[in-house]
Design a binder for this molecule. Sequence first.
Ligand code: ZN
Length: 311
Amino acid sequence: MLRQRTLKKIVKTTGIGLHSGTKVELSLRPAAVDTGIVFRRIDQAEPVDLPLRADAVGDTRMATTLQKGDVRVSTVEHLLSACAGLGIDNLYVDVTAEEIPIMDGSAATFVFLLQSAGVEEQDALKKFIRVKKMVEVRDSDRGGEKWARVDPYFGFKMSYSIDFAHPAIDATGQVVEIDFADVSYVKDVARARTFGFMHDAEALRAMGLGRGGSLDNAIVLDEYRILNHDGLRYEDEFVRHKALDAIGDLYALGHPLIGAYSAHRSGHAVNNALIRKLIDDSEAWEIVTFSDESVAPRGFVRAHHEALAAL
Ligand SMILES: [Zn+2]
């Protein structure tokens, strides 16, 4: 059977916030069955819990942010992507600042952290959200059309395209298609880093964003080329990172998605609008569980065993 999962023990790390530039301590702690993923600001007078839910996502400018009153936790998408990739259902995420540390700009450090804690199977069936009909969100902006949709599909696959008029990005490909029946999240997605342009850095800083950004935690581009001396980790690392982000954004549903996700230039805002529209339409989805692995989607079963074996 496919069971819910948490961690075997507490793990901790320290890093800096990409946007704030300040130091953040992060602890990941095991949580009971059906807890979901709960972010906790432990630097407040009284700790404040921010449970992960589609409608708890507030500001989506440059990152996915959970908000409760004045208390926020932002840049949650890379950690959530790692949790989705390793199938972690129940987890407490304690942080000492309003941002999850950026680490190396990918999900690889979080994957390593989760794996070093060890994945614990729990005494309850894992819940999945199965898409029953197509749901789509379109958003026209000055730069053109953005959209994202989910369709029924027995497994999880994604198709993502970007459209950057930049020679270095164009040379690496602007489309990625991944079917997790055959592809390993840990090997083929988790290491893709976020990216940014030198000419945006100043404007972002004026908005109070991007202060912690550097060549250590992002691919940085000038008008023509990549400035990182070591080059890229994947041939199509730019668009692959967008897929990594989308996996994290979709995980705000609270459960893994059984369906096909496709998107064009969809950022955190469009992804969040998509999952809210899906959740609001009770005919578009259902919760399913698998007491018999042999009838579960192949990719989920393989990823399940991979995560448990990675210790
Ligand atoms: Zn990202």
